[in-house]
Design a protein. Structure first.
Length: 170
């Protein structure tokens, strides 16, 4: 079994070499689906997955519109707001050994989306401006609660049960 230090070093070296080579680091939402099926399903039902469908034909060619409705179109095969639009390109954090180590995943590119990041599109310059409440918006795109609950239940089911303490009789 490899040590954590070796895994960290390997992942950082891979990220550095890949970055120097200029390779695209987007893997696409299907690469997330295998390990995060609930998150993928929630995303597929979201407005983000269908962001370009709301655009008129002329808008689909307008860089100003695409900067929010398909921001990573050049790097991805899918024109939409995908997992990697919010979480960063997954080439270096998507391997399972990296994802099992949250610190390492963040070191090599996994992003925890912030209000500031969301407001790059959900702001006053949007032509269809609606009030944007970050906390409410997070609830609308919640794609982690069901998955976390399932994983916690799986861990609880796998944990060895401890017998109840014996009560002493008097």
């Amino acid at each position: 079994m490899r040590s954590r230090a070796f895994r960290v070093f390997s992942a950082l070296l891979l990220a550095a070499c890949g970055g120097l080579a200029g390779a695209a680091d987007f893997t696409g939402p299907d690469s997330c689906k295998g390990c995060h099926p609930e998150a993928y399903d929630a995303w597929m039902k979201s407005k983000h997955a269908r962001a370009t469908e709301t655009l008129a034909e002329g808008q689909k060619k307008d860089a100003r519109c695409l900067s929010c409705h398909a921001p990573d179109q050049a790097e991805q095969t899918l024109a939409a707001v995908t997992c990697e639009t919010c979480h960063g390109g997954g080439q270096y954090y998507s391997p399972s050994y990296v994802m099992k180590d949250p610190e390492l995943a963040r070191l090599v590119g996994l992003v925890d989306p912030s209000e500031k990041q969301c407001r790059t599109c959900h702001d006053a310059s949007s032509p269809s401006l609606r009030p944007f409440d970050f906390k409410e918006a997070l609830k609308a795109i919640d794609h982690w609660s069901a998955e976390r609950a399932r994983k916690q239940q799986t861990r609880a089911d796998a944990a060895p049960s401890t017998p109840a303490p014996a009560t002493a009789k008097k």
